[in-house]
Design a protein around this ligand. Structure first.
Ligand SMILES: [Zn+2]
Length: 131
C-alpha cells in the first residue's frame, strides 16, 4: 500500500471530515512536485496534526484519485493568486481494524458500521466519541 499523507489543522480537517471540502491544496513547490507528479498512491490519508496510528478518529482515508493544477486564492496562502495541486478527496473509504479490508462509504452505511467481510464493528472509538 502506498499512502499520500497530508497533515492538517483542525479547521481544514473538520471541513473534509464533514464532506464540505472535497479537495486539499498544496502549493506547487519542488517539495510537492516531487511527491505528486508521476507518483501513484493507493490511498490519501488526511491526518489531524500528527496522530499516533491508534488515534483512528484523527485519520480520514480516501481513495487516491490524483490531482489537478489550479490557480486559486485562499486565505491560507494570503491575498494573492497561487498555483496549487488540488488533491481530490471525493471517495471516502475505511480500512477495517479487524480484517484490514477496505470498505467504501456506501458499504459502511449499508452495513450500518459493521464490516461486511468479518462482521466486526468499525471504528468503535470514533462512534463513541461522537455520541
Ligand atoms: Zn473486517
Amino acid at each position: 500500500m502506498r499512502y499520500l499523507i497530508l497533515n492538517l489543522k483542525k479547521e481544514y480537517f473538520q471541513e473534509i471530515k464533514s464532506g464540505a471540502k472535497k479537495e486539499e491544496y498544496r502549493l506547487c513547490t519542488p517539495y510537492w512536485q516531487k511527491r505528486l507528479e508521476n507518483k501513484e498512491y493507493d490511498k490519501a490519508l488526511i491526518k489531524l496534526g500528527y496522530p499516533k496510528n491508534s488515534e483512528i478518529e484523527k485519520i480520514l482515508e480516501f481513495k487516491y484519485l490524483g490531482y489537478e493544477i489550479k490557480t486559486i486564492k485562499h486565505k491560507h496562502f494570503g491575498d494573492d493568486l497561487v498555483k496549487v495541486y488540488s488533491i481530490k478527496l471525493e471517495s471516502s473509504i475505511k480500512t477495517c481494524v479487524n480484517c484490514s479490508k477496505v470498505l467504501t462509504e456506501e458499504e459502511i452505511e449499508y452495513y450500518d458500521n459493521f464490516c461486511e467481510y468479518c462482521e466486526g464493528e468499525l471504528y468503535q472509538s470514533m462512534l463513541q466519541e461522537e455520541k
